[in-house]
Design a protein around this ligand. Structure first.
Ligand SMILES: Nc1nc2c(c(=O)[nH]1)N[C@H]1C(S)=C(S)[C@@H](COP(=O)(O)O)O[C@H]1N2
Ligand SMILES: [Mo]
Length: 518
């Protein structure tokens, strides 16, 4: 074989492993946006309508397959070229790969479902391809010599080392490629099922007045640049998963069982769940791991069936004080029974912001419980509710040093000004969000440079179960300044000012932001 052929094969192995690595990373972190699918979608979006019509008239329903095959041929061409370039001159092949990696990242950025984690896939793909290419081409050069064109015939340790490297890369590609294809195929099938679902309208939708929490009242949104959106877009919603790969659950196979201390065990299917009277509520979720000022909170509109109605149907036996919810991925949460049976709208949720739950957020069904941190309540891909007692059962995080119970702590953060920002002199707008789920936020105070607390303007709350925007304009002289905020709940309790780390039951402290007035 000629040297150029081996260089091309090296390029192919490097890029192939990169693409597989990228797809596997996406499957784990961001299944709705993978580099290859993003490139395909970006091409479809970018084609002029004439070309699209032409493709459909030529290829009919095979147009997507033709597109994917075209992308595959282009990637193969890129791979061969990268190998040949790199063999001729160090860094040139790697530069080609970096360029295409950047294009992949751009394609990912163009997808509406993309979030920050989606970029892990093109980064991994590029890194893997660059590293493998570098290693193989170096081994090839050691075998053939730097300037040599024809391969030395005799066997040498350098030859063996190159062939072993290439063989190992090929073996890894075959193994992981098979795994990636299997994961992808099941995800694609479920994604298709998901987009075919039409969720029923909430049952209360026609009846005026609509219940609190089901709509956005006037005055709930402040007009401040850079403040957290009142409703978090699903693609921007924080994510916490213990599972390495996001579970892919076919709604046709899904059931929810109610077991344990109940009069009668119940098992419901997805279709049966959709036939129950569903309600829609805005609820702000929060993660116990959120640090002061952090982003592990989000507010969404959830559609679901009240958990209390399902539990009432099962009939709770005396002695129970906890519900252990289990996910198909083995995650469990222990929720105080009363939070699932009292008047609050704890939901067996099927919808998020007007669409079926995204796969990453628990499709087809998850729990949403106002007032409690996610680790004790918000089980995604939920498959069983076991009515039990704290004395008899422990949940996933409670056996790993976190608390048994997890009421959300009253908290607030400053969104604007950003840390280290430079803001023009004049009135300085300080704004952000505050939350005290299920107790409700009564007021937010802001202070500058450790001075007296000043009451901020509080937007109208959607409900006690959601966060609230606030804002205040401060007169600050030129120079560096520090602002802090604190929320007060509707029981009159101000948030804790002590500095407390997240473990075991949630962080405490005042969010402090330093910036400069110019
Ligand atoms: N199956 C499963 N459900 C889960 C988790 C998980 O790791 N696995 N994380 C929980 C935690 S700690 C939080 S804060 C919320 C986060 O929900 P989100 O990822 O939809 O934002 O989900 C909860 N439900
Ligand atoms: Mo969490």
């Amino acid at each position: 074989m000629r040297r150029r052929a081996w260089a091309g094969i090296s390029g192919g192995l490097a890029v192939g492993l990169g693409v597989i690595g990228g797809e596997l990373t996406a499957a784990a972190l961001s299944p709705s946006v993978t580099p290859v699918s993003a490139v395909g979608s970006a091409v479809i979006d970018g084609l002029p309508p004439g070309v699209k019509d032409w493709a459909i008239s030529w290829f009919g329903t095979a147009d997507k397959a033709v597109l994917l095959a075209t992308i595959a041929v282009l990637i193969a061409g890129l791979a061969l070229a990268a190998g040949a370039f790199e063999d001729r001159r160090a860094y040139t092949g790697r530069a080609v790969i970096l360029g295409f990696g950047a294009l992949g990242a751009l394609a990912v950025a163009s997808r509406p479902q993309a979030s920050l984690v989606s970029f892990a896939a093109p980064v991994v793909a590029t890194l893997v391809a660059v590293l493998v290419l570098d290693a193989l081409i170096r081994a090839l050069a050691r075998w053939v010599g730097v300037a040599g064109e024809d391969l030395p015939a005799r066997s040498s340790p350098a030859r063996r080392r190159f062939l072993q490297g290439a063989g190992a890369a090929a073996a890894v590609a075959v193994a992981t490629g098979g795994a990636a294809t299997a994961v992808r195929t099941s995800q694609t099938a479920v994604t298709r099922r998901r987009s075919a679902i039409t969720l029923p309208a909430p049952t209360e939708s026609g009846a005026p007045p609509p219940p609190e929490g089901s709509f956005i009242p006037d005055g709930a949104e402040l007009d401040v640049d850079g403040i957290s959106d009142l409703v978090t877009a699903s693609g921007d919603f924080y994510r916490i998963d213990t599972a390495l790969v996001v579970p892919v659950v076919d709604p046709g196979d899904w059931t929810l069982r109610v077991t344990g201390l109940v009069e009668r065990e119940i098992e419901i299917t997805f279709d049966e769940l959709l036939a129950e009277p569903l309600v829609e509520r805005y609820v702000t979720l929060a993660c116990v791991s959120n640090t002061v000022g952090g982003g592990l909170t989000g507010n969404a509109r959830w559609l679901g069936w009240p958990v209390r109605d399902l539990l009432a149907r099962a009939g709770i036996r005396p002695g129970a004080d906890m519900v252990l919810s289990t996910s198909v991925d083995g995650f469990t949460a222990g929720t105080p029974l009363e939070a699932l049976t009292d008047a609050r709208d704890s939901l067996i949720a099927v919808g998020m912001n007007g669409a079926p739950l995204p796969v990453e957020h628990g499709f087809p069904v998850r729990l949403v419980v106002p007032g409690l941190f996610g680790f004790v309540s918000a089980t995604k891909w939920v498959s069983e509710l076991k009515v039990t007692r704290y004395a008899d059962d422990a949940a996933y995080w409670s056996t790993r040093g976190w608390s048994e119970r997890g009421p959300v702590k009253t908290s607030s953060r400053v969104d604007v000004p950003r840390s280290n920002a430079r803001v023009p002199a004049g009135g300085v707008v300080v704004a952000g969000v505050a939350w005290a789920q299920h107790r409700g936020v009564a007021a937010v105070d802001v202070r500058a440079d450790g001075g007296p607390w000043q009451r901020a303007t509080l937007a109208t709350a959607i409900s006690a179960d959601t966060w609230c925007q606030y804002s205040i304009t401060l007169d600050l002289a030129a120079g560096p300044h520090t602002v802090q905020c604190r929320a007060v709940d509707r029981d009159g309790q101000a948030q804790s000012e002590a500095t407390v780390a997240p473990a075991p039951d949630g962080s405490e402290g005042l969010h402090t932001v330093t910036f400069t007035v110019t």
